[in-house]
Design a protein around this ligand. Sequence first.
Ligand code: HEC
Length: 184
Amino acid sequence: MPDQPRKATVILATAIATPVLLLILGYAALVEGMIPANADAKPPVVERWIAKRALNAAIDRGIQGLSDPLPVNDSTLTRGVRLYGTHCAACHGTSDGEPSPIAKGLYQPPPQFAKHDVTDDSIAETYWKITHGIRLTGMPSYAQTLSPEQRWAIATFLRHQGELPAHADEAWKALPSSAVRSED
Ligand code: HEC
């Protein structure tokens, strides 16, 4: 065979064989239990980077045209705090920032908002996360559990967590700690 066609045949064979080989290796790793499925590990940097990129892109698309319908006042914020206490504190903690047993065991770990708040995110972004949840993490979707108004109230509280008016601040500090302090 002349040189040029032989070269083309080798390139073509490599182009077909490489993905097939990768698929076979990937399948072998999967069925042999070599792909980690445990939750008691720290998420690797690459996994976190890919997940964050995908999430941010989905949110950018999802929040177009969304705007917060509730007034930002003590009553909305107090309502948001109370709903947060019932639906979110088990994973995201209360004002002492101590993680609950559930929070300690989750993969990905849920941020404890007393220490790592989301006041930098827009209300619409947090509303999106509450509504749709975050796939392949413990973050649930509340689309079927809470009304849109309740979801907006919680998102408004999280946006203003660092600057709460009197009643809302009192309600936030009064939420019982999610951490278990002693064994029965
Ligand atoms: C069963 C545990 C669990 C519950 C309950 C839960 N979350 Fe989450 N949440 C998570 C986890 C885990 C993550 C981290 C996901 C990730 O790393 O991408 C998360 C992420 C978030 C984020 C994004 C944080 C950031 O830094 O970008 C927000 C906002 C949030 N949750 C709000 C809420 C609200 C509000 C509620 C209640 C309505 C709630 N979550 C209930 C587990 C939970």
